[in-house]
Design a protein. Structure first.
Length: 589
């Protein structure tokens, strides 16, 4: 049962009416309202789900309160000509079904007969005046399946294939545990001969994401449907989705692929699997999270074939690239890369390691998890269950005679302190921090409890980075704007003057085409802010100077900010104004 469009306050009043009528207790109402505040959902739906009230009793109560007829679909026969009036996709999307008609009026059983927007849409679509009536959600769903026909897994797969531009691709597990059970959902499908289409459905979702160059796949349940979305160039895009009834079977299949516990649906699970698609192997990091309507899955796609490990491919400006290469050649010290999740920090670190990877150099890393296997580098994965933390691994490395050490992330005093000790004893250390900009990393290190003199004597550089979407080359076009419109972006006057021609500035954008899925963007590139720790910066660190003073000193020393790096790509026609604002909106002096 749902009450779309009814506010939380009205839901509360409705609950109080149910309490006063003796249909539920005050304790039950309080529990459901708490659930509604934390996890969402509709009051009636939650009451029925918790079995605090029978769905029909609730509908009969609502029918009296709102003066809207209740129709028992279990005993109602619907004429075929009435069914045809409303398309199946509309019936399933809104949870409704036509039950009877007169010359100009159509009676429609609905989960939410108070939804005026849907009623107006139905009137416009059918040409009938709509008479809404209450119908039980489960009865409506059963009536839709009965009268429109239930899709088998094969039919659902065929339907998805018709909606997607990607064809089927053979996907096989490199190492699959043949002894892993099928789970209740797959067992029941095997009994009906539908397990194979489910496997193909999962393969299609994964292969489509890889062909679309997606970084993540989201499979998430709602109370009515299963949603599939791909994160492409940092933005989520909706995809054709399978029917809700196959959701648990899809999750079971993914658990089997990732060697997870298929019987556990109450706790989060993390797994990993390796797939072979076409001619190369793909690693999938699988995260499963129990939610109200079911289990949600997010899969991170790690495709080493698309990994660019040359420093020149990082998209750095010449000045930044020179500083970066210089600090890589240092005999010892700490180099940090900062930025949010998904900003390309791992790629930057791997590029640095690949540059240093020679037979006469001993490189060891500790990561959580190992995203890409690099030939010639000793990579260790964190295992907190057995005490193998970043700090513990780093301490062990110092007895392995390393030249270069990479720590996946520094999160605490112990790890930072050990990294500084490694740098002071002749090792070159690379790691990441979560800060908004490069100067902010120094304050973050101080917050961990590290003495300023230790930071100043070991830190070589801090790289802050983000990823901006690049303009699709197939539909790229130029246009002119007045210089005044760019002043609000904080464009330096010198940069503005250098790009003015005939009183205008020429920028680029993508019109949108089939290649870029009508977005105007294709691929991403890095923007970077590199703070080189020179004598002036070291003095400010010792003084415990404010981040703003360190940033100011860095800029005087030639540091390019994230916003300035993005603006350079804007004026070279690589990205758009919208991307500059989206990615560097907070980087304004």
């Amino acid at each position: 049962m749902s009450e779309k469009g009814i506010s939380v306050n009205i839901s509360r009043r409705l609950g109080e009416m149910l309490v006063s009528s003796g249909l539920i207790t005050s304790a039950q109402l309080t529990e459901v309202l708490d659930m509604q505040r934390t996890s969402g959902g509709k009051l009636g739906q939650l009451l029925v789900h918790k079995k605090f009230i029978d769905e029909r009793k609730l509908l009969e109560f609502l029918s009296k309160q709102f003066g809207i007829e209740f129709v028992d679909l279990q005993v109602t026969t619907i004429p075929p000509d009435v069914i045809k009036i409303i398309p199946e996709n509309i019936a399933r999307r809104y949870g409704l079904i036509a039950v009877a008609k007169t010359e100009n009026k159509l009676k429609v059983a609905m989960e939410d007969p108070l939804n005026i927007v849907v009623l107006d849409d139905l009137k416009m679509m059918t040409g009938y005046d709509i008479k809404p009536v209450f119908g039980a959600e489960s009865d409506i769903s059963a009536a839709i399946d009965k009268n429109y026909g239930v899709k088998t897994a094969k039919e659902a797969l065929d339907d998805i294939l018709m909606k997607t531009t990607q064809g089927t691709t053979d996907v096989s597990l490199v190492e699959e545990d043949a002894n892993k059970g099928g789970g209740d959902d797959l067992i029941s499908l095997e009994a009906t001969g539908e397990a194979a289409p489910i496997v193909k459905m999962v393969n299609l979702i994964i292969s489509s994401a890889i062909k679309a160059h997606a970084s993540d796949i989201h499979i998430e349940p709602t109370y009515k449907e299963t949603k599939v979305r791909f994160r492409i160039d940092g933005v989520l895009h909706a995809q054709p989705s399978p029917p809700k009834k196959f959701h648990n079977a899809i999750i079971s299949r993914l658990k089997i692929m990732s060697t997870l516990d298929i019987s556990e649906r109450r706790l989060p699970q993390d797994g990993r699997t390796k797939l072979k698609i076409e001619d190369h192997e793909i690693d999938l990091r699988v995260s499963i999270l129990p939610c109200g309507p079911g289990e949600k899955v997010v899969m991170r796609i790690l495709d080493s074939s698309g990994l660019k490990l040359r420093l020149e491919d990082l998209g750095m400006e010449p000045e930044n690239l020179a500083i970066f290469a210089k600090c890589l050649k240092a005999p010892h010290g700490i180099n940090l890369v900062t930025g949010p999740t998904g900003s390309g920090k791992s790629t930057t670190l791997y590029s640095a390691l690949a540059t240093l990877n020679d037979p006469d150099v001993n490189i060891v890393t500790i990561e959580d998890p190992i995203e890409y296997q690099l030939e010639g580098i000793n990579q260790v994965m964190v295992n907190n269950d057995v005490g193998l933390t970043f700090a513990a691994g780093l301490r062990s490395f110092l007895r392995q005679d390393p030249d270069v050490i990479m720590v996946g992330e520094i999160r605490d005093f112990e790890t930072m302190s050990t990294a500084i000790n490694a740098a002071m004893t002749g090792h070159l250390v690379f790691s990441t921090l979560h800060t908004n900009d490069a100067p902010g990393a120094i304050a973050r290190i101080g917050m961990m409890g590290i003495e300023p003199f230790l930071t100043s004597s070991t830190l070589l550089m801090v790289v802050a980075q983000r990823l901006v979407r690049g303009i699709c080359k197939n539909c790229k076009e130029t246009y002119e704007v007045a210089p005044e419109l760019l002043v609000s972006l904080g464009v330096p006057k010198a940069l503005l003057d250098n790009n003015i021609k005939n009183g205008k500035i020429t920028l680029s954008r993508g019109r949108g085409c089939d290649i870029c899925a009508k977005t105007g963007y294709k691929g991403r590139m890095g923007i970077h802010e590199i703070l080189e720790v020179n004598d002036a910066i070291r003095a400010l660190i010792i003084e415990k100077a404010h981040t703003s003073k360190i940033k100011e000193a860095g800029r005087k020393n030639g540091m390019i900010t994230l916003r300035e790096s993005a603006l350079r790509k804007l004026f070279t026609g690589a990205t758009t104004v919208e991307e500059v604002i989206r990615v560097t909106g907070s980087d304004v002096d």
